[in-house]
Design a protein. Structure first.
Length: 84
C-alpha cells in the first residue's frame, strides 16, 4: 500500500482572491470547494483553479506550510505561485 500524501495548495477565485489550505486528496478537496462545501470563504468567493500545490509526506509538514503561506503578503504569494 502506498504511503499517504498530503498537499498544501492555493486556489485562485473568480474575484482574484487567493485561498490557501491543505488536504490529503487534492482533486476531492477542489471539488468540495467548487460545490461550496469546503469552506465559507470559497462559498462566497467561487474558486477558478488551483494555482499552486506542494506535496508532503506528513500532515504536519503540510499544515506548517499552509500556516507559513497564510502569513505571506499577496505580493509574496504571487511570487510563490509564479515560481511553480
Amino acid at each position: 500500500m502506498p504511503d499517504k500524501k498530503f498537499y498544501t495548495y492555493i486556489l485562485l477565485t473568480i474575484n482574484n482572491k487567493l485561498y490557501c489550505g491543505y488536504t490529503d486528496d487534492l482533486k476531492k478537496r477542489f471539488e468540495s470547494h467548487l460545490n461550496g462545501t469546503a469552506s465559507r470563504f470559497t462559498r462566497a468567493n467561487k474558486p477558478v483553479k488551483i494555482v499552486y500545490s506542494q506535496e508532503y509526506l506528513t500532515k504536519t509538514e503540510a499544515m506548517k506550510e499552509e500556516c507559513r503561506i497564510k502569513k505571506l503578503t499577496r505580493q509574496q504569494k504571487d511570487k510563490l505561485i509564479n515560481f511553480n
